[in-house]
Write a protein that binds this ligand. Structure first.
Ligand code: MG
Length: 204
């Protein structure tokens, strides 16, 4: 393993900032359909309106986002040791830039690659993982994809990467028939331990 690709919301940031059920209710998206896919299925005019509503929610959530416990320390350790680190998210670049303002010592340009909405097909497509790997100078199989939602694990697995599902102390979001994540962690600190162990176990 050579690099780490993090999901953003609920992974690098503390979960709960984005209220997905509220967004779904406002835009009329059924509970079992993903928001971006629902918007994409609507007629063009309605799509524009719904996207604006979504972006309003996202902007507010980004403003309220705070780093997940242990995330800043992990990022700075990875950076100090020259490990390629990227972000992959279904959220917008604007939201990521805004939320990163609450992070000590991490701005967009501190990441080797930031794949946001529109830069690749959204997760669970593996396209963004492949794109990220190329930008990080490694193969997808050399990446560990870390995320708190089943789409993160599915995208990572489809690309051939290692995967860590972070549950943030809650229930797993994986569904029957989904691929198994390589690791399941309750808290970010456990993610950091696995990453450092996988990356540097041959150093000591
Ligand atoms: Mg997430």
């Amino acid at each position: 393993m050579k690099g780490v690709l993090f999901d953003f919301d609920g992974t690098l940031t503390r979960p709960g900032a984005i209220d997905f059920p509220a967004i779904k209710q406002t835009i009329g998206c059924p509970g079992d359909v993903a928001i971006l896919e629902y918007i994409k299925s609507q007629p063009p005019r309605k799509r524009v309106v719904l996207t604006e509503i979504l972006e309003g929610y996202e902007a507010e959530a980004a403003r309220l986002s705070i780093p997940n416990k242990g995330a800043e320390a992990c990022l700075s350790t990875l950076r100090m040791r020259d490990v390629p680190v990227g972000i992959i998210t279904r959220n917008s670049l604007k939201s990521v830039i805004s939320a990163l303002q609450q992070f000590e010592g991490s701005e967009c340009h501190d990441f080797d690659v930031v794949i946001t909405r529109g830069a690749a097909l959204p997760k669970p497509s593996p396209e963004g993982v492949f794109k990220a790997a190329a930008g990080m100078g490694c193969l997808a199989e050399e990446l560990m994809v870390v995320g708190d939602f089943r789409f993160d694990v599915i995208a990572g697995k489809r690309a051939g990467a290692g995967t860590i599902l972070l549950t943030n102390g809650g229930a797993s979001t994986m569904a029957p028939g989904d691929p198994e994540p390589d690791y399941i962690c309750r808290y970010f600190d456990e993610v950091a331990e696995i990453l450092l162990d996988k990356l540097f176990c041959f150093d000591q």
